[in-house]
Design a protein around this ligand. Structure first.
Ligand code: BTN
Length: 279
């Protein structure tokens, strides 16, 4: 009898003769088209979503406008570093914030707010033990799963705005990280064994962040200082602070109400730190 259709190679059939499930190896793209009416702008390849938000802001885009991309070719990280943003795997997005500055809220800890809220979200909703390393690294199993980069833009004679950029490693497999990064970075999928629907994740995270920013711009940092401290991997640890001018060893004692790290050096002197990174 003539066979109809393709015969599958042997290795795709298990011992009982059952055909093995084939997963599509192409990354599923985000399903975010036609959301401009909600001020969500979805792109394929961009330079950086932070730059897109700056351009949208210059055209008068409203508070919470969001740019999300499948891939960034000039993804930017803290301290002038680049941010690895391969296609279709993580979430790379930026939000425009136009706070009402008349209530005199100190906006500088906004990046710690973002990190604390994201860690809380992953812990509460996805049961993943994400921690925050000062100031805003998101860690899972001691490796980085995400980070946030906030730019505060001042405009002469006009209210300024903020761009808050968020990078989250979601569905990457080990092979997706280039050599050296593989030692320091991981993804939600790698740590949990699950594959995530990035569209659902993005929409839930955006809503969670919007709610948090509204509270932050009315109440200030105190509720988030508490949250940051609750999910911190830093406090109580012996750490080394590194900055362009040098390094300092000490104990991370506390987080100030402005988001600075209180670091006690080996001579017992306490420093208030608002720049640099812990290595
Ligand atoms: C860090 O160094 O930890 C911060 C990384 C922030 C990366 C995100 S990805 C989306 C947005 N666009 C960028 O160019 N950077 C931020």
């Amino acid at each position: 009898m003539k066979k109809i259709g393709k015969t599958l190679p042997k290795e795709l059939i298990d011992n009982s003769g059952k055909q093995l499930e084939r997963l599509d190896t192409k990354p599923a793209l985000l399903d975010l088209k036609n959301l401009e009416s909600k001020n969500i702008y979805y792109f394929g390849t961009v330079d950086s979503t932070n730059l897109i938000i700056r351009r949208l802001a210059a055209e008068g885009a409203p508070n919470f406008s969001t740019a999300v991309a499948e891939e960034q070719q000039e993804g930017r990280g803290r301290l002038g570093r680049s941010w690895f943003s391969p296609r279709g795997t993580g979430l790379w997005f930026s939000m425009l914030l136009r706070p009402d500055i008349s209530n005199r809220i100190d906006i500088t800890p906004v990046t710690l707010v973002t990190a604390a809220v994201l860690a809380n979200y992953f812990r509460e909703v996805h049961n993943l033990p994400v921690l925050v390393k000062w100031p805003n690294d998101l860690l899972l199993s001691g490796k980085k799963i995400g980070g946030t980069l906030t730019e505060i833009i001042g405009i002469p004679d006009r209210p300024g705005y903020l761009v808050t950029g968020i990078g989250l490693n979601i569905n990457q497999q080990e092979i997706d990280f280039p050599g050296e990064l593989r030692l320091r970075a991981t993804s939600l999928a790698l740590e949990s064994g699950n594959f995530y629907n990035r569209t659902e994740l993005f929409l839930a995270i955006k809503e969670t962040l919007e709610k948090a920013y509204r509270l932050f711009f009315s109440e200030g940092f105190p509720p988030f200082q508490k949250l940051w401290k609750k999910h911190s991997s830093t406090l109580g640890q012996d750490v080394t602070l590194s900055w362009t001018g040098g390094t300092m060893r000490g104990k991370a004692l506390d987080l100030s109400k402005h988001g600075e790290l209180l670091l006690q050096d080996e001579q017992g002197k306490i420093h208030t730190v608002n720049y640099g990174e812990l290595i």
